[in-house]
Design a protein around this ligand. Structure first.
Ligand code: SAH
Length: 391
């Protein structure tokens, strides 16, 4: 096996459990590593560090799969996926969950979402992509799924020298997959939906709106297929309006309303949030609850300030649209924006809007997306419910 020796002075990150090793942290390599190959990693003092896969083409040279002296083979992937499922089951997940959340399940660059009896996978690095057959075999043997779909149509794969692709990994099946979440029915478009087709990371948070939406007039912005908004209808809202810039998302959301018999309560429109929030705030429109769940505003550190400005703008307008004593439900999935920065931004927006805030709850992503301390990218979702009153 090719041996990789780390520099003497490396970031404590690796010793503390982080699985990424950058090229500039490596002193020397014994052997001619082939992209995707499993390598043995040693600390500068010669002690064993662990095993992982290497990609000389990637900035992240090695991603560690284990710290133990264990073989990386088909059985290893079967074991890890089975452990990931046992963990989700302990937390109460049965039908739908993120079964594998990459680094947080010690399977770097692997995502597996479980939608009922169907699975969607993403292998986002060369090393993980090599094990796709083993991963599919493990899912087959553990779940006897009705179907497995690959959503590797993601740009990040190109940094690893991999093509973007999507398609069936089992016999073809109807890619409109029905699921039930918190008692509400949805259809997941695993072929053409965003990411893997559905945002499971908000599934616990969607339950959190249960009480505040009762008899309320609700506005949901960045609605996608209307999951929060349909929940609001299901939990007894008087009326719900959901907005998204994508016409196909809005069409899907309207289908969701009909599927749940809520077509008289929930309606959806294709509009640009930035234009509409500002205009409606000026016109003095009011709602009891405003929900905001925008896409990530930046993926690079240089643009954090821009992202914060975006969050401030939509939250300020959102608050202006809330009746005295109503509620703001505000999310951010930009992992480069910390929970503190997010709260500070909302605080600033409240000041500018002359509103007083009382925090009801501040949560993170659902528990099937575990957070590993010290691995920043596992801690990304911020979810706030706050009461908003006039000053
Ligand atoms: N709340 C959804 C996820 C929202 S994802 C859920 O829980 O499933 C973010 C959505 O914002 C995407 O559907 C995207 O189409 C939409 N979006 C992006 N820019 C927008 C804009 N300027 N105005 C309105 N919607 C926008």
């Amino acid at each position: 096996m090719t041996k990789v020796y780390l520099r003497k002075k490396i970031a404590p990150r690796i010793a503390n459990g982080h699985s990424w090793i950058y090229g500039n942290e490596v002193e020397r390599i014994d052997g001619e590593p082939v992209g995707g190959e499993i390598v043995e990693v040693f600390y500068g003092d010669g002690k064993r560090c662990g095993r992982g896969y290497i990609n000389p083409k990637s900035q992240i040279l090695v991603r560690l799969l284990t710290r133990k002296n264990e073989d990386i083979d088909d059985a290893f992937f079967h074991r890890r996926i089975s452990e990931a499922w046992a963990y989700r089951q302990k937390l109460g997940y049965t039908e739908n969950c993120r079964l594998v959340f990459g680094e947080a399940d010690q399977l770097p660059a692997l995502i597996i979402d479980k939608f009922n009896d169907y699975f969607v996978i993403q292998t986002l690095s060369l090393g993980m992509d090599c094990w796709k057959p083993a991963i599919v075999a493990a899912l087959e043997s553990l779940f006897h799924p009705r179907g497995i779909y690959e959503r590797n149509d993601v740009p990040v794969r190109e940094l690893e020298g991999l093509p973007q692709q999507k398609g069936f990994l089992t016999a073809p099946f109807d890619t409109q997959v029905p699921i039930v979440e918190n008692g509400v029915k949805f259809i997941v478009d695993v072929e053409n939906g965003q990411k893997t087709g559905y945002f499971l990371d908000q599934q616990d948070n969607r339950r959190a709106i249960r009480h505040i939406v009762k008899n309320a007039e609700v506005l949901g912005v960045f609605t996608y297929t209307g999951t929060f908004e349909i929940h609001a209808g299901y939990y007894g809202a008087k009326s719900v309006l959901g907005l998204d810039i994508s016409a196909s998302a809005v069409e899907h959301a309207n289908r969701h309303a009909a599927l749940n018999g809520l077509e008289n309560i929930c309606r959806f429109e294709a509009l640009n949030a930035f234009d509409v929030l500002k205009q409606w705030a000026k016109e003095g429109k009011k709602y009891d609850v405003v929900m905001l769940d925008p896409p990530a505003f930046t993926k690079s550190r240089e643009n954090i300030q821009k992202a914060l400005t975006g969050y401030k703008e939509i939250n300020l307008r959102g608050m202006q649209l809330i009746r005295n004593g109503g509620f703001l439900v505000s999310s951010s999935c930009t992992n480069l924006v910390s929970p503190d920065q997010f709260i500070q931004t909302i605080e600033q927006a409240a000041k500018d809007a002359r509103k007083k805030i009382r925090q009801v709850t501040f949560q993170q992503q659902s528990a099937d997306h575990p957070i590993i301390w010290g691995m920043e990218n596992t801690n990304y979702l911020k979810f706030l419910i706050a009461e908003v009153s006039d000053r």
